[in-house]
Design a protein around this ligand. Structure first.
Ligand SMILES: *Cc1c(COP(=O)(O)O)cnc(C)c1O
Length: 388
């Protein structure tokens, strides 16, 4: 028998959602048809099914769908009564939504520096920023690895702080065997298409151990209306629609398998970078003790100020790579009024200048990873030749 013809790799995308979606295209089409035939575009049975499945995945009592991960964060803070005069401790090295949820409610974000190895909130730095006005902390499980929740929850308990987990990038991740989203008062998930469980548009989910909090979240996500046209509180309109839920129910069945593939890809990158002799030139991502990392991103650090040059070279070589995130929240123009100065969060600022995320999606092929690593290798060979 002939070897199947292997196509020469000439480019590698950062992400190709179509490859994953094609695996289930028939089931997804059937699910969508089911919703269109039912005419129940909101609050359909698919929504309830997804909520039950996500609650089970997270080992919690309740899950409440909403329109996005950003709304999940906002709703969680609303339900916990955060408002003007309150401080909320958050990392600065995160996606913008972690911060805007806080400022939208008139509360003040207090930025906590990270551990450079994991990119997550450093519990020792959290301790330093707590004041009598601090009401909550939002640890972010960045790139698919949990923050050190044991210590963060202990500090929060000591100071009577609410804990809201931004688990948008970390569905299925665990720390000490315990799932992301199950540690705090509320866990927030996103189904944005680039997330590990990505829909065909926007979507989000809140999870909690507390049935009464779940009830409050559901009320707030539906204009605070109960019964119909009677409003006891001012909520927002944030719903997960049936179409997204139907698609996500199909995709959820493959999540565990897709996560294992991401983990295998991360392991293969490590081996390839090591065999190219690049494991010291670059700082490869680290998995902390007792963490099950789900690799939403594979993020390397490029020291010596050559990150941007490497990124340009990779773009020339048709390798997708992205900087998550180039400007930390404490240095965003819209947050200038909080008075942070360069140098206030040294690890965060260093990470922002060094990080580069490489393709890691589940269907990425070994030959594509070899192509990525070879391109990185050529870049550093050229750098060394130029320096000599
Ligand atoms: C994606 C993301 C969000 C927001 O989710 P959306 O569904 O896009 O609103 C919040 N926090 C983090 C860390 C994210 O990665």
């Amino acid at each position: 028998m002939n070897e199947p013809h292997k196509q020469q790799v000439t480019q590698v995308p950062l992400l190709d959602v179509n490859r994953g979606n094609q695996l289930d295209s028939e089931a997804i089409e059937d699910a969508i048809k089911g919703v269109t035939d039912s005419g129940r575009f909101l609050f359909g049975p698919d929504c309830q099914k997804l909520e039950e499945s996500i609650a089970e995945l997270c080992y919690v009592e309740r899950a409440v769908g909403c329109a996005s991960g950003s709304d999940a964060l906002l709703l969680a803070l609303m339900a916990l009564g955060i408002g003007p005069g309150d401080e909320v401790a958050i990392p600065s090295f995160t996606f913008f939504a972690t911060g805007s949820a806080v400022t939208r409610l008139g509360a003040r974000p207090v930025f906590v520096d990270i551990d450079c190895q994991t990119f997550n909130m450093d519990p020792a730095c959290l301790r330093e920023v707590i004041t009598p006005a601090t009401k909550a902390v939002i640890p972010v499980h960045l790139f698919g690895q949990c923050a050190e929740m044991n210590e963060i929850c202990a500090i929060a308990a000591e100071h009577d702080l609410h804990v809201i987990e931004d688990a948008a990038q970390a569905i299925g991740a665990r720390y000490q065997g315990r799932p992301a989203g199950s540690w705090g008062d509320v866990g927030c998930f996103s189904f944005y298409p680039t997330k590990n469980l990505g829909g065909f548009g926007d979507g989000g989910m809140l999870v909690t151990r507390y049935p009464s909090l779940a009830d409050e979240l559901r009320l707030l996500a539906c204009h605070g209306m109960r019964p119909r046209y009677y409003h006891s509180v001012v909520g927002i309109n944030s719903r997960l629609d049936s179409m997204q839920a139907a698609v996500l129910n199909v995709k959820l069945e493959r999540l565990a398998e897709a996560t294992i593939k991401r983990q295998a890809n991360a392991q293969r990158y490590r081996e390839l970078f090591e065999s190219e002799g690049l494991a010291e030139t670059l700082l490869l991502p680290q998995v902390a003790d007792q963490m099950d990392h789900v690799w939403n991103q594979y993020t390397i650090r490029v020291p010596n100020g050559c990150r941007d040059a490497l990124r340009s070279y990779l773009a020339e070589q048709q390798v997708g790579a992205e900087i998550y995130y180039p400007v930390p929240l404490h240095q965003q123009e819209c947050f200038e009024r909080f008075g942070y100065l360069p140098g206030d969060l040294p690890n965060t600022e260093l990470a922002a200048s060094q990080v580069l995320s490489l393709p890691i999606f589940p269907e990425l092929e070994a030959a594509e990873q070899e192509f990525v690593v070879a391109a990185v290798g050529r870049f550093f060979a050229m750098e060394q030749a130029a320096a000599a």
